[in-house]
Design a protein. Structure first.
Lengths: 262, 326
């Protein structure tokens, strides 16, 4: 169990009388693409908010590399190298692509007030490295031609790319992507899938929420299926899409039969 | 970009030179008094712009912190007999500590609640100052606050602050110091971090920025600058009234910043110079002056949402593009 990265134990989240997440257990292993699927309202985004401490769990605990993270604050979770994107693509809209990629980096959050005021060559070096890394990231996410454009003015696909770039800038070990291909057409989704694959190949573990089944089934190593806040099943894509309850609650009979015949 | 940057530096250099040699052309004591007041308002407005324009938090107790700085410095000099040169930094420190203590509970709020709570606080502190006769002299105010003691300088000899001219250069020194500090913040990665907090606090947290810590620290720095302006005001005027800590003072500084340009380097400088001059020009209007300000603010917000500085910037950009393009 050396390759265990994140573990959720009996995690429960109640909103008033509603059980958004109900005693869910799962593990994310180092280097894999782990997907979370389920119908709308199944609790997928709530699960992300629990992992990143934007919400405290009602019961249960979440561990990252053996350390309990479910009682930390969001920025502390981020500093333990867990990065995320948001379902409604969220960027620093008034800032340029480059500025977004600079903001995300560790050196930006670590620079002290006194260093900003009195810093000499070391500060300049830090800022130069930060700028260089932002250029690299812009290249990597495929926005090298849009560096000086205000993020809020980018088209939807480019905003999705940049939101992933912003999360990548933090140098994460675990990257949580909330519907990275939501709201874009299949052709544009291809660009994003390529990007996600390249991120995984660079050694970063990915946890993914996605509705496009063609995306999920092709790139995931393992899948967690949720329904009404409960874990339905967990396993490889082949195992999950054979599961009767997943078919009934989410995929539909049509999908299953297409899968069987195809 | 680089050419643009050089031009900008040239403009700033010329303006600094102009500020330094302005007393050569402006010789009357009254206009020079206005120049000192402009300098004090510029410092205080830069402080407000730091928390409003860069961090995105509207502190409506800013004028009150100006008053706290003024009273602390004055009381340290008068009551404890400290030298002004020791009282001023101590006064700033007291103001910053109170700013810090204010920030801890109030900055937990989001949206409109921070301006509302700080305005309430400002009103409360005003009444404390206006009623605490034993300490602040209450409604009568404080009188006979001495001017800063002369400082010996090499080559020049002793510099005394009896004249308005000397006070002008003293205030100008602190204007430059404040400008430099804010410039350094804005240009560094810390400036990027503040832009992130202003843009989207949740997103800033999701990339590991401790937004609460930065907000509290920069509120403290911003109130420190307000306290600095207040301390200079107390020593220059020689007297203080509770009105100087009135919460309406915050709105006057807010007007400076908004008319000049929120979140720009030049904004509070333009506003801080323009409004005191307008105030003098419209003196004959009495209370109606505020109506003129109201109309001015509406016009500026309607046509130049980034204030005069933002307007100038788009003119410069337009001009630059046309020249580069053709």
């Amino acid at each position: 169990m050396n390759d265990l990265l994140l573990e959720a134990r009996e995690v429960t989240k109640n909103f008033g009388g509603l059980q958004a997440i109900n005693q869910v257990n799962f593990q994310i292993r180092k280097g894999e693409i782990f997907s979370v699927i389920g119908p709308n309202g199944a609790g997928k985004t709530t699960l992300f908010n629990l992992i990143t401490a934007f919400l405290p769990p009602t019961r249960g605990e979440i561990f990252f590399k053996g350390e309990k993270i479910s009682s930390l604050k969001p920025f502390q979770v981020a500093r333990r190298s867990i990065a995320r994107t948001f379902q409604l693509t969220t960027l620093f809209e008034k800032n340029t692509v480059m500025e977004n990629l600079m903001i995300g980096q560790r050196t930006t959050r670590e620079m002290g007030i006194l260093q900003a005021l009195f810093g000499g060559p070391r500060k300049r070096l830090t800022e130069k490295n930060n700028l260089d890394r932002a250029h690299q990231l812009a290249e990597f996410i495929g926005l090298s031609g849009e560096k000086e454009i205000q993020a809020g003015l980018l088209p939807q696909r480019a905003q999705k790319q940049l939101s992933i770039g912003l999360a990548l800038a933090t140098n994460p070990e675990l990257l949580l992507l909330d519907e990275p291909a939501g709201g874009v057409n299949m052709e544009e989704a291809g660009v994003l899938i390529d990007l996600i694959t390249r991120i995984r190949n660079s050694g970063i573990t990915i946890c993914l929420i996605e509705h496009k089944m063609s995306v999920v089934m092709n790139i995931s190593d393992r899948i967690l299926a949720l329904n009404y806040g409960k874990k339905v099943t967990e396993g490889t894509p082949a195992e999950v899409c054979r599961n009767e309850e997943v078919i009934k609650s989410y995929l539909g009979d049509k999908y299953a039969s297409a899968r069987r015949s195809g | 970009m680089a050419k643009n940057e050089r031009q900008k530096r040239l403009v700033y250099g010329l303006l600094i030179l102009l500020a330094l040699i302005a007393p050569l052309f402006i010789t009357g004591d009254y206009p020079r008094h206005i120049m000192v007041m402009c300098g004090i308002w510029v410092i205080s407005s830069m402080g407000l712009n730091l928390i409003l324009g860069y961090v995105g938090q509207l502190n409506l107790a800013h004028g009150t912190f100006f008053g706290i700085g003024a009273y602390s410095t004055a009381l340290l000099v008068q009551g404890l007999g400290l030298s002004f040169w020791l009282a001023l930094p101590l006064g700033c420190l007291i103001t910053a500590i109170l700013g810090f203590l204010t920030g801890l509970p109030t900055l937990r709020t989001r949206g409109h609640y921070f301006p509302i709570t700080t305005m309430c606080l400002g009103i409360c502190i005003y009444y404390v100052i206006a009623r605490w006769d034993e300490l602040t002299g209450g409604a009568r105010g404080l009188f006979g606050i001495p001017r800063p003691k002369p400082i010996p300088l090499p080559f020049v000899g002793e510099v005394s602050f009896d004249t308005t001219l000397a006070c002008y250069y003293l205030v100008l020194f602190f204007v430059f110091l404040t400008m430099l500090a804010i410039f350094r913040f804005a240009r560094s990665l810390v400036g990027k971090r503040l832009a992130a907090i202003r843009g989207n606090e949740n997103l800033a947290q999701s990339v590991g920025i401790n937004t609460m810590q930065d907000k509290v620290v920069f509120l403290s720095i911003s109130t420190l600058i307000a306290g600095l302006a207040g301390g200079l005001y107390a020593a220059y005027m020689g007297s203080l009234m509770a009105e100087q800590a009135h919460f309406l003072g915050s709105f006057e500084m807010l007007l400076n910043v908004m008319i000049g340009g929120v979140g720009t380097m030049a904004g509070p400088i333009i506003g801080g110079i323009l409004l005191p001059i307008l105030t003098e020009a419209f003196h004959f209007l009495g209370g109606l002056r505020l109506v003129v300000y109201g109309a001015l603010l509406i016009l500026i917000m309607g046509f130049l949402p980034q204030g005069i500085a933002g307007g100038l910037r788009s003119v410069a950009l337009h001009y630059g593009q046309r020249r580069d393009g053709k």
